[in-house]
Design a protein around this ligand. Structure first.
Ligand SMILES: Nc1ncnc2c1ncn2[C@@H]1O[C@H](COP(=O)(O)OP(=O)(O)OP(=O)(O)O)[C@@H](O)[C@H]1O
Ligand SMILES: [K+]
Ligand SMILES: [Mg+2]
Length: 675
């Protein structure tokens, strides 16, 4: 899976610069308490330029001007970081908006076709879409089969087949039918379509702070309050010592002490995380989901279509109980006459390929027993009273026995042979008799083993959940290298697995595409639905993968981890940084009154004024210097969380302490030339 690259173009930067000034509006600033404090400080020092002694002894007009300008730049830098992160989402939204246009739709009502506009379509309406036409809204194919060009949404130019029934029935408004004709039942009201949601998401219009972000913000704001109290009480303490502290110097001290670096970059980090997911062609419904994916302990995957290619096709029919191959095949075909699933259709295709005969007339007057994940069977109840079924071997066995039927002695050996080759056996029965076994073939996707190995290194457990029998499941699990598997699972079982993992304090992710996956996708902390999947699956999930690549969950987990790590690393760096600035400012503050403080001037800075200004300048420029890191994320290597944590504390903690010593010293050498 490759990530779409982005480049910083001049237009984007220009817009972000403009935005940085708009964001100076205090009503906007107040949403970021740390930078708001800096802005208020700037306003105070600005007035002190003209009324230097308004708040007790003040600095010179020149010093006050310098502080005001540096504080303004500090706020602008923080605004720029946020605007830049937002700007990229907005550019993407503009591209998507071009896809969203008024489309003429042919609505089917009372057997008549009526031409309407796409905006007038409501949930439940049925439309007909023919070759060359755009699909007017999100929906589900209820009749027919067509190839659809989804490149407007997915960027992928290869057309995809959409068909009624099964897991490939959902279509997205704005995509184009390029062959055949389908009937689509519209599943969303105007303004609530997938595209609408995607646009508002990437625009960040409804961006909500995630719980982690809110928690961190609370900590940082409390820290800011504490430093404010300290700085405000400082003049009272120092007046006992007969030392006059100037207000602009106290302000400089405050701004250096509060965590402005992380305060300025925090929202950019969050936006960039969402954006990174989008560039992997995954639409995340919330930032919370992206964050949660960074803490995932267990991933639940289904077998068919996720670990294997999923085109389970009939490849042979093996008779049992002494019946002939033709007889077994005949009943296999009858059981599939109305089965619209890919598995069902593949049986009839196999019959045609093998030039076997079967009687389609049998379906007349018969009632259709649709495949359901709960029963794991499908078939027909014929007009003459005969009941024909095919399905998972254990399910069919139980069904036959419940009617008093006998099991053929060679059934198990035949189905086990298929299962141990990784195939899916489907038993075929009529009333009390089992006639044979259908061999559905499927193959493991290449590279799965390596991907699961990577997950193991991250400390993540993988569990394959399949409706298939234990032997098939074991074969595929071994071949793919998953940690554990659960066979013969119903949709309820999948939810149960997720709940039990969650009950032991684990965060669970799962991918799925079927309607039967929907409840589990909703229960999981991170549910990724395939864009090719059903509407139900997409609605239950909190992410949709536009490429329909279930193994992409691995990339999403890595992005989530990177987001959490980046935030942690920059918080560490920011706080460590402030410790170092303390050493530059405190000695400078007292040096004028107490010359002995010179001893504490460990950095040998030029003069008190140049020391304070250098610390302030460093405090400002560190924000843009760290923008690339905030946007790209810190480098991520698969290893356990505890090792990552100690490694990052070392790099960003020590780095954070050391950087200002070097930076402030260099700045001081420059600044001291003027002051
Ligand atoms: N059309 C069908 N008719 C009868 N039985 C079917 C049909 N399709 C699948 N089955 C049987 O039902 C079982 C469950 O199928 P389902 O597609 O629900 O699996 P699942 O739970 O999604 O798991 P996975 O996708 O990993 O195989 C299959 O293993 C197969 O034995
Ligand atoms: K600071
Ligand atoms: Mg499935």
């Amino acid at each position: 899976m490759s990530e779409k690259k982005w480049t910083l173009d001049a237009g984007l930067v220009r817009k972000a610069v403009k935005e940085s000034f708009y964001k100076l509006d205090p009503r906007v600033m107040v949403r970021n308490p740390i930078m708001f404090v800096v802005e208020v400080c700037m306003i105070i020092t600005f007035f002190l330029i003209f009324l230097p002694n308004a708040l007790g002894a003040g600095g010179s007009a020149g010093f006050n001007t310098a502080v005001t300008v540096i504080l303004l730049i500090t706020v602008l830098f923080a605004n720029f970081a946020e605007a830049l992160a937002e700007g990229r989402g907005k550019a993407q939204a503009d591209t998507l908006k071009k896809t969203k246009q008024e489309i003429k739709a042919r609505k089917l009502a009372g057997g008549q076709i009526k031409e309407v506009l796409s905006v007038d379509l409501r949930k439940g309406d049925i439309v007909v879409v023919t070759q060359g036409e755009l699909i007017p809204g999100d929906g589900e194919v209820i009749d027919g089969l067509a190839s659809v060009d989804e490149s407007a949404i997915t960027g992928e130019s290869a057309p995809v087949i959409k068909e009624a029934g099964g897991d490939f029935s959902s279509v997205t408004g704005g995509t184009r039918v390029i062959s055949d004709e389908i009937q689509v039942r519209i599943t969303s009201d105007p303004g609530e379509s997938f595209l609408d949601r995607m646009i508002s998401l990437v625009e960040g219009a409804k961006r909500q702070k995630t719980p982690n972000e809110i928690a961190l913000n609370t900590v940082l704001t409390s820290l800011t309050l504490i430093f404010m109290v300290v700085v405000v009480t400082l003049p009272f303490l120092s007046s006992y010592l007969n030392i006059q502290l100037q207000v602009p110097i106290l302000i400089a001290l405050l701004v250096c002490l509060i965590p402005t670096t992380i305060g300025g970059l925090l929202s950019a980090i969050g936006i960039a995380g969402m954006d990174r997911v989008t560039r992997f062609n995954v639409v995340a419904m919330s930032g919370k989901a992206v964050e949660a994916s960074g803490d995932i302990n267990t991933i639940i995957l289904d077998k068919t279509g996720t670990i294997t290619f999923g085109n389970r096709m009939a490849s042979e029919i093996i008779p049992v109980g002494g019946y002939s191959r033709a007889e077994a095949a005949r009943w296999a075909a009858v059981s599939s006459l109305q089965d619209e699933t890919p598995e069902g259709r593949s049986v009839l295709e196999w019959m045609r390929k093998e030039q076997m005969v079967y009687d389609t007339a049998l379906s007349e007057g018969a009632s259709f027993i649709e495949f359901r994940a709960e029963t794991r069977m499908s078939g027909l109840d014929l007009a003459n009273g005969q009941q024909v079924r095919k399905g998972a071997v254990d399910a069919v066995k139980r069904w036959v026995q419940s009617q008093g039927g006998e099991l053929p002695p060679d059934l198990d050996s035949s189905s086990d042979a298929i299962a141990s080759a990784g195939g899916t056996p489907l038993a075929v029965a009529v009333d009390r008799t089992i006639y044979g076994v259908i061999y559905l073939k499927d193959t493991v996707k290449p590279g799965m083993r390596e991907r699961f190995e990577l997950l193991r290194q991250m400390g993540i457990r993988t569990v394959m959940c399949t409706g298939d029998n234990p032997l098939t499941a074991a074969t595929i699990a071994r071949e793919a290298g998953v940690d554990d598997f659960i066979a013969e699972s119903t949709p309820e079982d999948k939810i149960a697995v997720i709940r039990s993992e969650q009950a032991s304090g684990k965060l669970v992710a799962m991918t799925g595409d079927g309607t039967n996956d929907a409840p589990a996708l909703a229960q999981a902390d991170v549910g990724i639905a395939m864009n090719s999947g059903t509407v139900a699956a997409k609605e239950a999930a909190n992410m949709v993968d536009l490429d329909s690549d279930p193994s992409k969950i691995i990339d999403v987990v890595a992005i989530g981890k990177q987001l959490l790590m980046t935030r942690g690393a920059l918080t560490t760096f920011s706080i460590a940084n402030d410790v170092a600035k303390y050493f530059a400012i405190i000695p400078a503050m007292f040096m004028v009154a107490i010359p002995q403080m010179e001893l504490l001037n460990v950095m040998k800075l030029g003069s008190p004024t140049s020391a304070i200004l250098s610390a302030l300048i460093f405090n400002a420029v560190i924000i843009p210097l760290l923008i690339p890191l905030a946007m790209k994320g810190v480098a991520y290597k698969p290893m356990s969380s505890s090792r990552l944590l100690s490694r990052n504390l070392l790099i960003y903690g020590l780095g954070g302490v050391a950087a200002p010593f070097v930076g402030i010293k260099l700045l001081d050498m420059l600044v001291h030339l003027w002051v």
